[in-house]
Design a protein around this ligand. Structure first.
Ligand SMILES: *[C@@H]1O[C@H](CO)[C@@H](O)[C@H](O)[C@H]1NC(C)=O
Ligand SMILES: *[C@@H]1O[C@H](CO)[C@@H](O)[C@H](O)[C@H]1NC(C)=O
Ligand SMILES: *[C@@H]1O[C@H](CO)[C@@H](O)[C@H](O)[C@H]1NC(C)=O
Ligand SMILES: *[C@@H]1O[C@H](CO)[C@@H](O)[C@H](O)[C@H]1NC(C)=O
Ligand SMILES: *[C@@H]1O[C@H](CO)[C@@H](O)[C@H](O)[C@H]1NC(C)=O
Ligand SMILES: *[C@@H]1O[C@H](CO)[C@@H](O)[C@H](O)[C@H]1NC(C)=O
Length: 362
């Protein structure tokens, strides 16, 4: 008993003297990776300044509640063959900001081989696992693989730039998804720009999301992709999503909604796409398919799509493979879709629809 109290007193006084040591908790600027662990434990207002992150190490920002973090200068991630992520944020009500001119440089070209995820060893870049968060003005350059992976509640991302345009060179960049929401509850992504070689935004699971003011170049589109779980209905559910006021240029797809035939049961419900303008799209203006991943096999109705609303979806296509709209639905698994002002022109092929939404002439 006495020994135990003794230990508690000693450890309490050690902690006290440590935290009162002059300077120990006052300098909250991180310039070297060795400063990260202690700084995030003691600081509410952190600056990450021209940090070089060694390959194979996560820049792990496990923050105090309410912490603020500012990126300054170039945060550079060195080469290593691993899964990543390069940076991971966890916390409650955190606020991130990129200072003017700041860049997070993933140096993707060191990994790119045109094979993407098919050849392992390319790290995911920026993982966000928070409850309450605002991330503003972040510039992400050259992700080795997927760029931003979100698993969060009450999160807003505003004014991001994800620039992987260098990956277009010799088609080396591949699977460089912009924003992947693997779980979201009340997540907003707005006024952001993505130039990459896979989905601009992909939503896998969750509800109450707003994607607004996206500018996507070269992407595979604004996507909803559901059915990764083989066991859980809740993991295969996306509901109450608005995707709006966005522009897509020179990509494979504009809008893409797909359900995985090899997944468990689930649902996609109450989704609205509105005010989307596309140009130079090469494959599908809008593709909604219940036969993913084969793309050619029979559709399966394990994940019905209910109340899919399109309004004011316009633009142009280019190239011999272009088709405005392809809808591949299993019987009775596409329900109550209502579309208006969907007009995608200059396609080489005609639309095909196994289900015809109300208000649309296929
Ligand atoms: C304190 O911050 C400065 C930047 O303002 C940084 O260069 C320096 O490494 C930090 N000093 C210590 C002792 O951590
Ligand atoms: C949704 O998240 C935002 C922060 O991104 C927060 O301000 C807002 O209160 C949340 N809404 C609800 C209903 O919790
Ligand atoms: C995007 O930015 C524009 C111009 O600053 C602003 O008017 C608009 O409200 C923003 N969009 C959202 C969803 O906040
Ligand atoms: C449909 O989604 C919108 C946008 O998220 C939401 O405001 C609305 O309440 C949802 N409707 C139902 C019936 O859940
Ligand atoms: C249709 O969407 C475009 C953006 O793609 C927007 O500029 C236009 O105002 C929208 N039209 C209506 C009637 O909302
Ligand atoms: C779903 O569609 C049905 C039929 O059009 C409509 O009555 C209902 O209000 C819609 N629900 C939502 C959430 O949009």
């Amino acid at each position: 008993m006495n020994a135990l109290i003794g230990i508690l007193l000693v450890s309490a006084s050690t902690a006290l003297s440590f935290s009162l040591k002059p300077g120990a908790s006052t300098n909250c600027t991180i310039t070297e990776i060795s400063q990260v662990a202690s700084t995030v434990k003691s600081c509410q207002d952190i600056v990450i300044s021209n940090l070089v992150v060694p390959g194979g190490q996560i820049l792990e920002l496990d923050l105090l509640p309410g912490a603020r973090v500012t990126f300054e200068g170039t945060t550079k991630f060195e080469y290593f063959y691993w899964a990543g992520p390069l940076i991971r944020v966890r916390g409650e009500n955190v606020h991130f900001q990129g200072a003017k001119g700041s860049v997070l440089d993933g140096q993707g070209a060191l990994w790119w081989d045109s094979k993407g995820g098919a050849v392992p060893g390319k790290p995911y870049m920026f993982e966000i696992d928070v409850t309450g968060g605002l991330f503003e003005d972040i510039f992400l350059l050259n992700c080795p693989h997927h760029c931003v992976i979100i698993s969060s509640t009450d999160l807003t991302l505003d004014r991001w730039t994800v620039d992987v345009s260098e990956g277009n060179k010799n088609n080396l960049g591949h699977n460089t998804d912009g924003f992947d929401i693997i779980y979201g509850q009340n997540v907003t992504i707005k006024n952001s720009t993505v130039s990459n070689q896979d989905d601009c935004v992909a939503i896998n699971r969750g509800q109450d999301m707003l994607i607004s003011g996206m500018d996507c170049t070269g992407s595979h589109g604004l996507s909803i992709s559901v059915g990764f779980s083989k066991h859980s209905f809740l993991h295969n559910r996306v509901a109450n999503v608005v995707i709006e006021n966005s522009v897509l240029r020179d990509g494979d797809n504009g809008i893409h909604v797909k359900t995985h035939t090899d997944g468990y049961l689930g649902e996609i419900r109450n989704i609205t796409y509105r005010n989307i303008r596309m140009s130079g799209i090469r494959r599908f203006g809008a593709q909604i398919q219940q036969n993913y991943p084969s793309g050619s096999g029979p559709p399966v109705g394990n994940i019905p799509i209910t109340n899919l609303t399109f309004s004011n979806i316009t633009g142009t296509m280019s190239g011999k493979n272009s088709m405005p709209v392809e809808i591949t639905c299993a019987e009775n698994a596409c329900i109550d879709w209502s579309w208006s002002d969907v007009s995608i022109t200059h396609a080489a092929k005609r639309s095909t629809c196994s289900y015809v939404p109300k208000g649309f002439n296929c």
